[in-house]
Write a protein that binds this ligand. Structure first.
Ligand code: HGY
Ligand code: MN
Ligand code: MN
Length: 449
């Protein structure tokens, strides 16, 4: 990812400024910190307290990965945790028409609010940090600011956007897309999970009114800036030796469903020449996806598949494969997906297979608000005097969805392995602390001037 705009100042690297608390011994329930410069993690108890409470919710005992899917019982446990954090701080708690949770300091009606937060749901067997690090850090940063005794001149909120990963209903960022009017009510009502449960029915079963969903321009009109802190899903900060970075852009990306229909038959008695086996076309398409992505310097992944009837001794009648593809610019993405689809059609035709390709989710390239991005760099430079690189990402975020409506920015926290969407996802304790301190500085700079 090239840095799109070198105008953003970088600053001399130096020791992390302590935030004035007392050093806290690393907790057993927190991944052991990777001691970089030996900086003692200094943060109020609240980060550790929240992390310890949230950590076990939805973690699978075998995989140690998280299964926090929208509108399930686990999701409701995460939502209950969020509500408890808001109420414990005396914040104004509300759930909006799309099920997103908001914790307010000050009166939102005053407008020009500074909002921070992220999501609590996960991909199947996801990691502990993707989403929750942003929500926990937001509450911890607010605690830090209250500890500093700052004077807020704007309303401030922490938000949990629902169903960011789209793990259950197949569409990413449902909560923020609905709110921003990028997903119609009809489109949302059509979403179903693998068991055929629709989004409205799932919301209803979770005690939420599906009739209320829809765009919320009035709510977004009261927000002056949204800043999302997120674990980096890559190794740019690890390679540059920085704890925190600022986002420049999100690659355009999307999800396409490939339905390969053939003819069910007996695996043991059907001659090869007599078969119409959709698995062959699927397999050839997966290899074509890798080839097209390599040609374009992009990424393409078939990570999810469903087979009917899914029997060991039965030639499938239907193979469904979901493609996730992302590229640095729209033209490259179009070239990759177009090439994959053409290859799939050629293979299907050669084996007498019927093919349908459906685009299920798409996010155009996101350029984060330059003025807000530069303001974050200025604030961080003023207070914490650390190098804060600006970096792009291939990962989608609620901040990306909202960037078309309100000024948004992102802070990334170093991920030493870059691994994400995996139980192995990790961020060191002192890097998380640096993230909280940086977020607190940014919120102070934006909401306390
Ligand atoms: O898929 C993504 O990039 C994000 O994690 N939803
Ligand atoms: Mn994710
Ligand atoms: Mn995320």
């Amino acid at each position: 990812m090239t840095q799109k705009d070198s105008a953003v100042p970088t600053l001399p690297h130096s020791q992390l400024r302590s935030s004035g608390g007392t050093p806290i011994a690393p907790r057993s329930d927190f991944p052991q910190p990777v001691r970089g410069d030996g900086a003692q993690p200094v943060v109020g108890d609240s980060f550790h307290e929240m992390w310890r409470e949230l950590l076990p919710i939805g973690r699978h005992p075998d995989s140690r990965g998280y299964r926090r899917f929208a509108w399930t019982g686990v999701d409701l446990e995460c939502r209950a945790w969020f509500k408890q954090q808001a109420e414990a701080r005396g914040l104004g708690y509300e759930v909006d028409r799309n099920g997103n949770q908001w914790a307010w300091l000050g009166d939102p009606a005053a407008g020009d609010a500074v909002v921070t937060g992220s999501h609590l749901d996960s991909v199947p067997d996801g990691g502990a940090f993707d989403g929750p690090l942003g929500v926990v850090s937001s509450f911890a940063a607010l605690d830090e600011l209250l500890g500093r005794g700052v004077h807020f001149t704007k309303p401030l909120a922490v938000v949990n956007f629902g169903d960011e990963e789209g793990a259950r209903f197949g569409l990413a960022c449902v909560g923020s897309r609905l709110t921003a009017g990028q997903l119609t009510v009809e489109g949302a009502q059509k979403l179903t999970d693998g068991d055929g449960v629709s989004l409205p029915r799932a919301m209803e079963a979770a005690g939420y009114d599906p009739e209320a969903i829809g765009a919320d321009p009035e709510r977004l009109g009261r927000i002056g800036a949204f800043v999302e802190l997120h674990v980096e899903q890559g190794r740019a900060l690890d390679l540059s030796g920085d704890r925190v970075g600022i986002a420049s852009a999100i690659w355009p990306h999307g999800r396409w469903r490939f339905d390969f229909r053939g003819e069910a038959n007996h695996a043991g008695t059907t001659r090869l020449v007599d078969r119409r086996d959709p698995m062959l076309s699927y397999a050839e398409t997966v290899l074509a996806a890798r080839h097209e992505a390599e040609l374009a310097g992009a990424v393409a992944t078939f990570g999810k598949i469903s087979v009917e009837p899914n029997g060991v001794n039965a030639i499938p009648s239907l193979v469904r494969g979901w493609l996730d593809s992302r590229a640095e610019d729209q033209a490259s993405l179009d070239r990759v997906v177009g090439g994959i689809e053409q290859a799939a059609r050629d293979y299907a035709a050669a084996h007498g297979i019927d093919l349908d390709v459906v685009r299920e989710s798409f996010t155009p390239v996101v350029e984060f608000d330059h003025a807000l991005r530069d303001e974050l760099a200025r604030i961080l430079g003023k207070h914490t005097d650390i190098t804060v690189p600006v970096l792009g990402t291939g990962a989608g975020h609620d901040a990306g969805i909202l960037s078309g409506t309100i000024p948004t920015a992102m802070l990334f926290v170093r991920n030493p392995t870059g691994v994400s969407h995996s139980p192995a996802e990790f961020a060191a304790e002192d890097d998380c602390v640096a993230g909280v301190t940086a977020l607190a500085d940014v919120l102070e700079g934006l909401a306390c001037t």
